[in-house]
Design a protein around this ligand. Structure first.
Ligand SMILES: Nc1nc2c(ncn2[C@@H]2O[C@H](COP(=O)(O)OP(=O)(O)OP(=O)(O)O)[C@@H](O)[C@H]2O)c(=O)[nH]1
Length: 244
């Protein structure tokens, strides 16, 4: 097949799997669902996976978006995505997690935080519940400060600073995470209320202010180790996290 024919065929395949979400500030291009078999403790679980890209440009001519991909250096800027399980659109009850990326905890299994534990547990909870979604938010590293700054914050923490002090002394606020794109995607996937897995009342508040319709909160506490005792204590004492 010629390159032109391959391109035309690709668009034909992709067009039914791309949605434009208009946000007022631009467009979110949502790709999916894609069937994703996931190994959860030795059991294969099928999730439906979606990934999105935010652009200033708003177009439903998706070829224009495809044409920009190869020169957009997207690997330099991570994209967020969501794993959906069960009849997420229609079920009366659904469990969701807005999980902030944690390179050290989620990927390396670092025990300096509880992120890896929360990621795995939230996926298992969703499957056990029967319906839900795990939003994996790629622009949230270090509560919004980025991986390099988080490394600097860790150096400061090795020298006596707590998590909040470390962020502040590097010129950041304690928490600069934004949930608006994730909520725009959630509204496409489900309009009924959801139960949010979190221990953080400020996150709950930020999400509700941004328009999340909530039916409840489920705690997600655990993953304690000798290495994260002070970190978890700081979450409770300085950031107001709930222990149950
Ligand atoms: N700045 C900074 N960020 C950290 C540190 N440890 C983990 N993180 C980041 O914290 C984010 C998770 O936020 P948490 O405060 O642990 O929890 P939360 O999302 O507010 O609340 P939960 O929903 O209860 O998990 C992830 O993006 C991690 O990368 C740290 O020592 N310093």
């Amino acid at each position: 097949m010629s390159d032109t024919k391959l391109e035309a065929k690709a668009l034909d395949i992709l067009k039914d799997k791309i949605q434009l979400i208009q946000t007022g500030e631009g467009g979110i291009y949502l790709v999916g669902p894609i069937k994703l078999p996931v190994d959860l403790d030795g059991e294969t679980v099928i999730f439906q996976w979606y990934c999105w890209l935010s652009r200033c440009q708003v177009t439903d001519n998706f070829q224009e978006i495809i044409d920009q991909l190869s020169s957009a250096s997207l690997a330099e800027y991570q994209q967020s995505s969501v794993l959906v399980y069960g009849d997420f659109k229609n079920a009366d009850e659904a469990l969701i997690r807005m999980h902030s990326i944690c390179h050290t905890g989620d990927i390396f299994g670092s025990q300096k935080c509880d992120c890896g534990y929360q990621l795995k547990t939230s996926m298992k909870n969703i499957v056990q519940h029967g319906t839900g979604a795990l939003f994996y938010l790629a622009n949230h590293e270090g509560r919004g400060i980025g991986l390099f700054s988080k490394a600097m914050a860790y150096v400061l923490q090795e020298n006596g600073y707590d998590t909040v002090e470390a962020n502040l002394s590097l010129g950041f606020v304690d928490d600069s995470r934004n949930y608006s794109d994730a909520l725009n995607v959630l509204r496409i996937l489900r309009t009924k209320p959801v139960t949010l897995m979190t221990n953080n009342p400020k996150k709950l508040d930020a999400l509700q202010k941004a328009g999340l319709t909530l039916s409840g909160r489920e705690p997600i506490w655990g993953g304690e180790s000798a290495f994260n005792e002070f970190y978890l204590q700081t979450k409770v004492q300085r950031s107001g996290h709930l222990e149950e």
